[in-house]
Design a protein around this ligand. Sequence first.
Ligand SMILES: Cc1cc2nc3c(=O)[nH]c(=O)nc-3n(C[C@H](O)[C@H](O)[C@H](O)COP(=O)(O)O)c2cc1C
Length: 310
Amino acid sequence: MITVNLEITLGGLRMKNPVTVGSGTFAYGQEYDAYFDIAQLGAVTTKSLTLKPRAGNKTPRLVETPAGMLNAIGLQNVGIDVYLRDKLPYLREKRCTIIANIYGHSPDEYVELARRIEAEAGADAIEANLSCPNVHDARTARGCALVAQDPNRVAEYTRALREATGLPLFIKLSPNVTDIAEPCLAAQEAGADAVSLINTLLGMGINPETRRPILANIVGGLSGPAIRPVAVKLVWDAAKVLRIPIIGMGGITNAADALQFILAGATAVAVGSMSFRQPDTALSVIRGLEDYCRRHGVAQISELVGAMRV
Ligand SMILES: Cc1cc2nc3c(=O)[nH]c(=O)nc-3n(C[C@H](O)[C@H](O)[C@H](O)COP(=O)(O)O)c2cc1C
């Protein structure tokens, strides 16, 4: 029987397999360790960290949709200090590969977070969330664009981070743009080691009986299987123009879904919302990828990156 090598390198980060989890859908890892051994993941990606702890938005802030969910959590997190003191030791003890996702209100805040993480060995790579749709008041947010929607700002934030850290640097971008190539190229030119695609699609719902928005924040991010075709297409678009690798995500529920992203050009994949329904989904994706490679005589999973036949 063929031996399958699932190992990949993601912009300097070595991962034993290409499967991680979507930031914000896997807390700080430990919460899922009761369901499966999280050290088996290619990497654990933790919830977006900010300099100060955040309580997040008012509820309701999470609702199911026909094939996914809308969320407006608003970056609830413990903050960098508590992460480093209370959350990190568990992941280190388990020898997990860690991707720390960070969020700031300015390049300086991102830089401070990255410096803290590097100085205190708080992660093996940094993923900068430039695309959170849930931190502005939707009533007044007109003109208040996401950083990821402006290639110049993507370049500015990425450059600042690149100068601040030697850790592998991943830039998480938004699908809510006209041409995904622009922010992708801006991140690449400014020194990113990889891009993460995609964050949630902007959405909202209204209850006609009460005439009130379903989310307290009014607007939220749509995730889950509903967005998968959009995400696969954006990964494919990005792969056509990028030299740096892509972490693909959006509605992955099993290995076949993950393979769509890989064949479209993603080097790694992340399981997001599906972990809420089935906490060990990421593990079954890893096993399914190995099985696929065996059945198809693929010795190295990296051979499949961008290998869609057209
Ligand atoms: C409840 C929830 C919270 C999220 N929080 C974050 C976050 O803190 N930082 C971030 O970069 N992405 C966040 N995301 C986006 C996911 O990491 C992922 O990009 C997106 O949900 C698409 O993947 P999925 O369809 O598999 O969920 C969140 C998504 C959900 C559903």
